[in-house]
Design a protein around this ligand. Structure first.
Ligand code: MG
Length: 166
């Protein structure tokens, strides 16, 4: 088993679209970012790369590189899942927490979970999404930023030959 940890944070500004776990949410503020600023996707992608021993998001999708400008979370996670596939690794489970003062995420949690599981190509039972406010403290509490943390565990897929034998 391999375990990886991911964290991401983005500043929020008026009039930017807010996308969490690939799901667009109606909110007057959204992340200031080179990509779509999906903190949940970025934290999960970093955790996956970490568990696979494949470096980090910035290394694979450099800021300022036109190919990844405004890259959606689904495109980034698709590319990361392709890397895991090539390395013979599969997701066991993913646990996450989104840190945001607003909007309230509880009503969207199941939909975010399903969307994230779809992007990760696994059953939603393997993915968990939690959310918390910071009780008004610090920049996240003031609604000036949003962040996410993720932990993943991977398993090594048996080789194709072995799989045929099973
Ligand atoms: Mg990010």
């Amino acid at each position: 088993m391999r375990v990886g940890l991911g964290f991401d944070l983005h500043r929020l500004a008026e009039g930017r679209p807010l996308i969490i776990g690939g799901l667009p949410l109606a909110h007057p503020r959204g992340p200031v970012a080179h990509s779509d600023g999906d903190v949940l996707v970025h934290a999960v992608a970093d955790a996956l790369l970490g568990a696979a021993g494949l470096g980090d998001l910035g290394e694979h999708f450099p800021e300022g590189e036109p190919e990844w400008k405004d890259a959606s979370g689904s495109r980034i996670l698709g590319a990361v899942m392709d890397l895991l596939d090539a390395a013979g690794l599969a997701i066991r489970n993913v646990d996450t927490v989104v840190l945001a003062e607003a909007p309230r995420l509880a009503p969207h949690r199941e939909e975010i979970r399903r969307r994230l599981a779809e992007l990760l190509r696994v059953d939603p039972a393997r993915v968990n999404v939690k959310a918390t406010t910071l009780e008004g403290l610090g920049p996240i509490g003031a609604g000036e930023a949003i962040a996410a943390q993720a932990v993943v565990s991977l398993r090594v897929r048996p080789s194709l030959d072995l799989e045929q034998d099973l």
